[in-house]
Write a protein that binds this ligand. Structure first.
Ligand code: NAP
Ligand code: ZN
Ligand code: ZN
Length: 365
């Protein structure tokens, strides 16, 4: 075991604080990675706050990891010390089920092992995974990705989740040249979706609650931004999209977006992993054979695909790099839905930190 420092929450209302964890000694197929950058996904906030009701504490988030390999197990073939690599939302799966065999490990019939809060059905600390808000991580070779050369490492980190999660449904539903596409919610996922959809050849619009994100949307390559609370703007956009990708992180009424689809149009939800606030209005869908779909991250091969696609097309995330000390402020900002980009933690800033239980005790956590 190797003692490793990371930032974790001890329960649902606690801030993230330094905490030592044990990383396993590398087995034959393991890769040891010195974490260099880790993106802050809104899922990290949901998970730490136990909004999905499955969090096991302590919770050490982080599944947009980029780092350097420091050691590999005896049977590792693809990586060696010094390589720049990434780790996304999964660190293992059964490898035997139909989904795993089809490269859809995210839909593993036995449940994939999440990079953090993994094994939540068996909540003993030994079985609990800890994520990338830490100085190092040990991951099985098959779940480690190669970072294409020349990519900015901080900007590559969000491809591991935000990029993959938006790319996967666009590929599945064959978004391409001529697709009229709308992205709902211009945050971490949304801004990646705009860039990737443009690179796939789609005509992109942003639908947002924030009129002040108009310029950001334009710079990203969207032809316009529709303000979802403006009735007239929404009415004018009726029947105009082949594909809508919703990244809204909170329960909401999806029915207001359905009329914006053309006949046979598809609305894919990736953002809200919770019940919607209003029942689905089938009558508003059926007359135009509209489709409501969902999608969960992407498979391992697809993660490499999005990394390579992004590198080839000169795409990466717009990031605000922060030291680990600012992670709790970043969580607050993400929770408030204010960022049209991604916070990424420079994990070099964690070096030398030690546990601070006295502080936790002081605030009663
Ligand atoms: P984010 O950076 O906070 O962006 C979400 C954006 O949605 C906000 O910037 C805001 O954009 C809009 N928004 C926020 N609250 C809203 C509300 N109540 N109603 C309407 N719009 C709202 O979050 P993210 O990191 O992109 O993640 C988005 C969601 O995807 C999270 O719930 C996350 O857990 C989920 N996720 C799912 C998967 C998956 O596999 N399906 C993977 C990763 C993340 P505007 O200001 O433009 O409205
Ligand atoms: Zn994520
Ligand atoms: Zn499986």
């Amino acid at each position: 075991m190797t003692k490793t420092i990371g930032y974790a929450a001890k329960h649902s209302v606690s801030a993230l604080r330094p905490m030592f964890i044990d990383r396993r000694e590398p087995g034959a197929s393991d890769v040891v990675i010195d974490v260099m950058f880790c993106g802050v996904c809104h899922s990290d906030v949901h998970q730490v706050k136990n909004e999905w009701k499955n969090t096991v504490y302590p919770c050490m988030p982080g599944h947009e990891i980029v780092g350097r390999v420091t050691a590999v197990g005896a049977s590792v073939k693809k990586f060696g010390a010094g390589d720049l690599v990434g780790v996304g939302c999964m660190v293992d799966s059964c490898r035997e089920c139909r989904s795993c065999k089809e490269g859809l490990e995210q839909y593993c019939e036995r449940g994939f092992l999440a990079t953090y809060n993994g094994n939540a059905r068996n909540p003993s600390e030994e079985n609990l995974t800890f994520g990338g808000y830490s100085e190092s991580i040990v991951v099985r070779e098959d779940f480690v990705l190669r970072i294409p050369s020349g990519m900015s490492l901080a900007s590559a980190a969000p491809l591991m989740c935000a990029g993959l999660t938006t790319f996967s449904p666009m590929r599945y539903w064959k978004v391409g040249p001529g697709t009229s596409l709308a992205v709902v919610g211009l945050g971490g996922l949304g801004h990646m979706a705009v860039k990737l959809a443009r690179a796939l050849g789609a005509d992109v619009t942003v639908i947002s609650t924030s009129p002040d994100k108009k310029e950001a949307a334009r710079i990203l390559g969207a032809k316009k931004l529709i303000v979802s609370t403006e009735k007239k703007e929404m009415e004018e956009a009726e029947s105009s999209f082949d594909f809508i990708l919703s990244t809204i992180p909170q329960p909401h009424d999806v029915n207001i977006y359905m009329p914006l689809l053309k006949r046979d149009g598809i609305l894919t939800i990736v953002g809200c992993i919770a019940p919607l606030t209003k029942p689905l209005d089938i009558s508003g869908m059926i007359m135009d054979r509209r489709v409501l779909a969902t999608s969960l991250i992407g498979g391992v091969a697809e993660t490499q695909e999005v990394l390579d696609f992004a590198a080839k097309n000169g795409i990466s995330a717009d990031v605000k790099v922060i030291p680990i000390d600012e992670v709790n402020d970043a969580f607050k900002t993400v929770d408030e839905g204010e960022v049209p980009y991604r916070f990424v933690i420079d994990m070099a800033s964690i070096k030398g930190k030690t546990e601070d239980d006295s502080l936790m005790a002081k605030v009663g956590l």
